[in-house]
Design a protein. Structure first.
Length: 1006
């Protein structure tokens, strides 16, 4: 039942979140239910909770739940209600993001693929788009409405759009009003920065700084500045860097390279020290986008270097985060009381080198951050803080937090320590440091009678009046000091990272100090569930919350060995080479289409492979063939023989065409949609007809440009308008009073430039170049009358971010480019501009560009080509998905048993299906995530397990191992099938193995 006391349950009207009347830090992690094997949902949820996270966030992608129009699916891995219920049962809060666009690096950014076939403009006021989007909201919102914390659930925030940025406020707010009408009353969040925070919504930010020492100061300044400009709102990062993604063809671990774990840990510490109220790690747990789910040219494995890897393995970052969370939550009450934040020279600390950033929170939490790529070792002191000379060592980009003058217990006060602080409550505290390093702890006893002191034997204590100095050297073994009933544990950094915390009861937790891979306290606190290396001995220290009593245990993990857990090369294969010809020639699924018509218009998308087949008449002479835009990988066959393979576009010389009729076949690899669908949809398959016989080619190197307007002008002109327009729409320029045709004829205030000359890009100190202002670029060319009747193609190689294309004052298209640093481009390079060309006259090309990080404007010469003819007649369109499925099931083609070693295709370019059996046992007493690894495979390849398409391999890409969900496997006999082009060099090697093996066990406490 809906509550009437919203603010008593969840409020974000002050600097911190108030949940059930208590100010809280929100430490959340992104865990995508649709990227995670449902069998593993609870495992991942528990491991997030064991890391001391108190919240889990997930997108809810429309396109996965409504793959077929008006047919909604909430079963299996799409059971979002069941997933949220599991988070509630495990007592963690939730953030739901059931918007239209989600990005999340999935195909089409989460929109259903059928929407592109209808020519609908997404993320705008297009009435048809809003009708479909509202139908989705009318379906998903009632399903999840009861999960709100206001109705007895656990969901505290609700997101209605994703990364929209500024502009088109009417579109965003009609979504807000829609979900409110449907019963959503928890705070609504928009992760578009602070654009609409003043409208009663929670403005959130995505925070992805590039790793590097120079960013340490930027992090601190960023959150402090946000706090100063929004003193009455919680600073919340809806996506906070916690690993990074990769493209399918990247050879590095991420597109930003390796992310140092100490850097990521520093980000969290600096954010909270500088006023952050909450953050959502993106991604805390990596995931899998099965089959064709990833965005175009993205791999199936999602997020590298996350705290929890795609297959569930805990990495170094997991343990570092847990250590940081324990520190922060030990001082949660201090942080949410909004104490003063001081930085740099405001903090009177002597002896700190200039490479080290100093932050102070409320005179009680002092932090040092190394903003250099070298280790910093220094001795510092502060009369202001009452700290005598103290030695500190910081690794590159490392941040350490030191508590000062903190009450631990009645009569006991922590003054300062050179060791790091892990945890405290009213019965126990834990300090840690590097093995072999000596540290000191100073305490104050505020009672007339000194306490009874006892220790583990190697701890040195010295009283001076009521001040106690404790000196110790960190050992592999745990050490301790007790002062009456209060216990101080002294442990190594390694064991601090493997300390496991029970549920909080009355401000205290049961503690397990260990070197265990994973441990989790049962609710009754008498058992501990563990995952450990088989046959390894562990020394454990258990401290009970009830009385701080300590128990030391030697635990031996059980042995586990099985041949099924070893890596195995698959040697015997059944290979079928004739299925494709049979399926295509049968025309079983063929339909008549036109060259230049994409998959979606033909009613197909993400079908693995598809074939276009057509004919053209040649005079038998050498011809040049241009494939201007085929939005994927492709194979070209002429007269049934393979000619070439390519990606997106290709020019090829045909030396031996037949005089008369020639047969052309294009086999396309359907790899899905781009993840950013802000503009005209980047459809799959063939985007333009094919062209033969180039008559003339001309580069456009001389340009002019001028500033259209800066960010502030744009906001004033457009943001408050009532029209539900995207700034990419046809009516945009007219709505904000810009006459593009007139601008194209202006002669004043244009800056000329040529490629290869100085001053190509506009640079002005008064202009914001972050993607908000706009610039115009224009050029001219003469279209010789002798080419009249031929086709004219414009090639635009590169321009900064979004631009619209105009030819002789007519708007031709909106285009999205400028993402080449991600390894792909979204929009076609070629545009057929024949209908708008004036032959025998000069013609004008005008581009409207956003000012992006590369400076704005066209970045490479454009070109004009004239072609004699276009191949644009009728063609056969044949999606091969059903043929592949039939061949795998043995209903099409003939299989022969061979080895992939030395195997060569009989016809170059032909698709081969190879399948092989393997056995699987689900060892319930062990964690053993399985992978399939492809080596020596150098062509795009589809991977099937038991008939389920689980992955797609991109040649030269980073991902060669593919995680296999337990949901796809059967006990006993299973089958792997590969679809691709196999050749002898290099030799293919396909193996099945395990990422890691851990035994599951539990420890019974006495």
């Amino acid at each position: 039942m809906m509550t009437t006391n919203l603010e008593g349950v969840i409020s974000c009207k002050d600097s911190y979140f108030k949940i059930n009347g208590k100010s809280r830090l929100v430490i959340s992690g992104e865990l995508s239910y649709f990227k995670t094997d449902p069998i593993e949902w609870e495992d991942r949820i528990r491991k997030l909770k064991a890391n001391l996270l108190n919240c889990i966030s997930t997108y809810v992608p429309w396109g996965l739940h409504e793959r077929e129009k008006e047919e909604f699916d909430f079963s299996g891995r799409l059971d979002i209600a069941g997933f949220v219920e599991l988070t509630k049962q495990n007592e963690v809060l939730g953030i739901l993001k059931p918007s239209g666009y989600v990005c999340d690096e999935i195909s089409g950014g989460g929109f259903p693929s059928w929407i592109w076939a209808e020519g609908i403009r997404t993320r705008t006021g297009d009435p048809e788009f809003l009708r479909y989007l509202h139908r989705w909201l009318d379906t998903i919102t009632p399903l999840l409405k009861g999960t709100q914390i206001t109705e007895g659930g656990n969901v505290i925030l609700w997101q209605v759009e994703n990364e929209f940025g500024f502009g088109n406020k009417p579109y965003l707010f009609q979504l807000v009003h829609k979900v409110k009408e449907l019963g959503i009353e928890v705070p609504i969040v928009l992760n578009n920065g602070d654009y609409y925070a003043e409208e009663g919504l929670l403005g959130a930010v995505d925070y992805y700084p590039t790793p590097g020492p120079d960013q340490i100061r930027e992090v601190s300044a960023y959150f402090q500045n946000y706090r100063e400009t929004h003193p009455d709102k919680p600073i919340f990062s809806q996506e906070f860097e916690a690993g990074w993604l990769n493209t399918a063809t990247s050879s590095d671990v991420t597109t930003m390279g390796h992310l140092p774990r100490v850097w990521l840990e520093s980000l969290t510490k600096l954010a909270f020290i500088n006023g952050c109220a909450g953050l959502n790690y993106f991604m805390f747990a990596g995931g899998t986008d099965p089959g064709m789910q990833p965005a175009k040219f993205f791999p199936n494995g999602y997020y590298n270097e996350a705290a929890i890897e795609e297959w569930g393995e805990l990495g170094e970052l997991y343990y570092r985060y847990k250590t940081t969370h324990a520190q922060l939550l030990s001082f949660e009450s201090l942080l949410v009381d909004e104490p003063e934040i001081m930085t740099g020279t405001e903090v009177k600390v002597d002896g700190v080198p200039p490479e080290v950033l100093v932050n102070l929170r409320g005179m009680q939490l002092l932090s040092f951050s190394n903003a250099s790529d070298e280790t910093q070792a220094f001795t510092w002191e502060s009369a202001m803080l009452g700290v005598v000379p103290t030695r500190t060592v910081l690794l590159p980009m490392e941040t350490k937090i030191y508590p000062l003058h903190v009450h631990l217990h009645e009569g006991l006060k922590w003054i300062h320590s050179t060791a790091e602080f892990l945890y405290r409550d009213s019965s126990v505290c834990i300090v840690f440091g590097e093995i072999g390093r000596e540290n000191e702890l100073k305490l104050m006893w505020n009672s007339e009678q000194l306490p009874h002191a006892a220790d583990s034997g190697a701890v040195r204590t010295a009283w001076c009046d009521k001040e106690l100095s404790v000196t110790f050297t960190h050992q592999p073994e745990d050490q301790w000091l007790s002062l009456d009933t209060y216990r101080i544990m002294i442990i190594s950094r390694e064991r601090a990272m493997r300390t496991w915390f029970g549920p909080e009861v009355g401000g205290k937790r049961d503690l397990l100090i260990s070197d265990l891979y994973y441990a989790e306290w049962f609710e009754d606190a008498d058992q501990i569930r563990v995952e450990a290396e088989p046959g390894v001995s562990h020394e454990l220290t258990v401290i009970r919350r009830s009385d701080a009593s300590m128990q030391q245990i030697t635990y031996m993990a059980p042995q586990h060995s099985s041949p099924d857990l070893q890596e195995t090369e698959m040697m015997k294969w059944d290979i079928c080479q004739d299925w494709e010809a049979q399926f295509v020639s049968s025309n079983a699924a063929a339909k008549r289409t036109k060259l230049g018509i994409p998959y979606e218009i033909n009613g197909h998308n993400d079908c693995g492979y598809a074939v276009y087949a057509s004919e053209w008449i040649s005079d038998g002479e050498v011809q040049q063939l241009l494939i201007p835009e085929l939005n994927d990988y492709f194979d070209l066959f002429i007269n049934h023989e393979w000619v070439a393979s390519g990606k997106r576009t290709m020019k090829v010389q045909l030396n031996n065409p037949v005089k008369g009729k020639n047969h052309l076949t294009l086999r396309c690899y359907s790899t899905g949609h781009d993840k950013d669908m802000a503009l005209d949809p980047a459809l799959s398959g063939m985007m333009l007809p094919l062209y033969v016989d180039a008559l003339h080619y001309e580069e456009l190197v001389s340009w002019e440009q001028k500033m259209l307007f800066a960010k502030e002008q744009k906001v004033k002109m457009f943001e408050e308008r009532d029209q539900l327009l995207s700034f990419h729409d046809d009516g945009y320029a007219q709505e904000i009073g810009i006459d593009i045709a007139a601008l194209g004829k202006e002669t004043d205030n244009w800056l000329p430039f040529e490629f290869g000359s100085e001053g190509m890009l506009i640079k002005d100190a008064n202009i914001d170049y972050t993607g908000s202002g706009e610039v115009l670029n224009r050029t001219q060319f003469y279209a010789d009358a002798k080419y009249a009747g031929n086709r004219v193609l414009l090639e635009i190689r590169d321009a900064d971010l979004i631009y619209a294309l105009y030819v002789n004052g007519r708007r031709i298209a909106a285009i999205w480019q400028g993402w080449s640093n991600w390894g792909f481009e979204n929009s076609p390079k070629y545009w057929d501009i024949t209908p708008w060309i004036q032959f025998g006259e000069r013609n004008q090309i005008l581009l409207r560009c956003l000012m992006g990080p590369r400076g704005g404007g066209v970045l490479q010469p454009a070109s004009i080509s004239y072609y004699k003819a276009a191949i644009e007649g009728e063609a056969s369109f044949i999606p091969l998905a059903s043929g592949i499925q039939a061949a795998i099931e043995g209903e099409l083609g003939t299989y022969e048993q061979e080895s992939l070693k030395g195997f060569a295709t009989k016809q170059e370019g032909s698709l081969v299906i190879a399948k092989s059996p393997f056995t699987y046992s689900d060892w319930t007493d062990a964690v053993h995530p399985m992978y399939i690894e492809l080596e020596g495979v150098h062509d795009f390849t589809l991977i099937y397990v038991n008939g389920e398409l689980i992955g797609k391999y991109y040649p030269g890409g980073y991902q060669r191992r593919f995680y296999v969900w337990r949901s796809w496997l059967k006990e006993g006999d299973n089958e792997l099938a590969l679809v691709g082009k196999f050749t002898t060099s290099p030799l293919p090697c396909i193996t099945i193995g395990r990422y890691h093996v851990k035994v599951k066990d539990h420890i019974q406490l006495s």
